[in-house]
Design a protein around this ligand. Sequence first.
Ligand code: ATP
Ligand code: MG
Length: 574
Amino acid sequence: MLKTLNQLLGNQKKQLYLPIFLTIIDAIGSMALYFVLYLTVVDLLNGSLSESKVIIYTTICFASVLYRILIYRKGYLLCFTRGFDVAHDVRVNLGEHICNLNLGYFNQNSKGYLLNTLSNDVANFEGIITHALPFCMKTATLTLLIITGTFFINWKLALIQCALIIISLPILRWSNNLVKKYGTKKRNLSSKLVSVVVEYINGFKVFKSHNMTDKHFTRLLNSMEQTRRLSIKTEYKMAVPNTMYSIIVSFLTPLVLLSSSYMFSTRSFSSESFIAFMIMSLALTALLVSFEHYYIMINNLKLAVQNLKTTLDYKPLSYQEENFTLLNFDVSFNNVSFSYETGKQVLNNISFQSKKNSVTALVGPSGSGKTTIINLIARFWDTTRGTIEIGGKHIKQLNPDCLLHYISAVFQENVLLNDTILNNIIIGRPDATFEEIKEAAKIAHCHEFITKLPEGYNTLVAEGGASLSGGEKQRIAIARAILKNAPILLLDESTASLDPDNEAKINNALDELMKDKTVFVIAHRLNTIQQADQIMLLNNGTIEEIGNHDNLMNQKGHYYKMVKEQENAREWTI
Ligand SMILES: Nc1ncnc2c1ncn2[C@@H]1O[C@H](COP(=O)(O)OP(=O)(O)OP(=O)(O)O)[C@@H](O)[C@H]1O
Ligand SMILES: [Mg+2]
């Protein structure tokens, strides 16, 4: 755990040295009170407790309290401020790391797992770093000091005391194993619960329209019930070693009392030593009882640290060129094969070239791999086999962030942020002026509806764009792409949610946008892509036909059939 924690904290761990040191100093300072108590009792028994001694002892007590207040306050504040700083850095690192992962990571991990890692694990980590770690150090230091002290008074009695502590160690281990076992189970269940809650909220409209709200609410209730039952079971299981541990360490004082009384009676123990030992054993019992609490917290830290490490161990996309300039925007696929999950091949040996400033249209049945090709160009995933080159450079060698500066995209599902419309468009180019944003919105035919909203461009969009229609969301996504004006443009069904009137307007806007760019456009309505320089018909992850509209029509193959089917369907509709 320490190794993992060390990796996780990196250089930041130095930040924790001073607060932990101050907490330990505070622990040492607290020993002064026990010492004064010992001296006072001994003097009382000897009848030598004079007025001057009382004054000295009281002064020592006051000084020690004052010293501890100063040290404790400083250490306490530092534990929190530095602990929060360290946890903040871990959060930022984790966030940056996740940004650099390929989308496959999100495929493999449920939303619940990710939310749990980003919120609960980091919060646990933060809580334990700021609270448990310093206090655990303090308790451990005091325990060690007292045990060492008892060896100086009477090593035989100290050994008996240690034997009792050693007996309690397997119980601590047992409790540790239970934390591991049930902590992992609880985490898996809570990830599932979070996933079900997210699914319930996201799918509420669908469930309602299919009268399935009750069924899915039952799923949610079942998940909550499982979590409740597991929490109770965990407490029951944990109660056994915890109680046994408490009983064993509570035996410490009676055992020491019995043994030291015996030694005292056999005159192998002085009254001073007897008193000192009793005071120390009382303090030790209190420490050992509170140690268990921190020990469980530290074990929980192990789980949180392990979960954070699992996420951090997931390798980000690698690259050799950090900053690069692309001057040519030809795109070529060379024998590209790809599968999202091992086993199922989605693209199979795809090769094609798209010249700079040309339009390549991707058509084909649903599931044939059109969106996948676009995902690979943007390097959201890496090819399983084969290479993709942009401007003669292998994209696997390019920093994905830098590569995305050259790419604008409008996807099938347009996700809008829970922010103002203005901020949703400006994502395209954060340094754009308001005039430029307005211009992009006008071209994308969204300026009109935006100005009719109560707060215009400052209107807040509900989470996921729920307050806007599908067409409005799509036009905002197009405005983003227009504003970004990158040399490579990826359009995945960008006019799918528009009515025919708006589609015509948007197509004009897109024609403007597509000028002088390398464009990949996916369209199900084949009449919209007839002017494309090349049309690629995909089927089952392979290129079935490739050429321009006239070539493919002359071939009278699959494309020809699809065009004819759509023409017939349109005539039927008319
Ligand atoms: N994130 C993913 N994880 C696993 N499999 C995926 C993922 N996305 C797509 N697939 C699978 O890959 C195949 C190709 O999907 P893709 O989205 O490229 O098809 P498409 O041609 O764009 O279809 P559509 O016209 O319906 O949008 C499908 O079988 C799909 O189930
Ligand atoms: Mg698709």
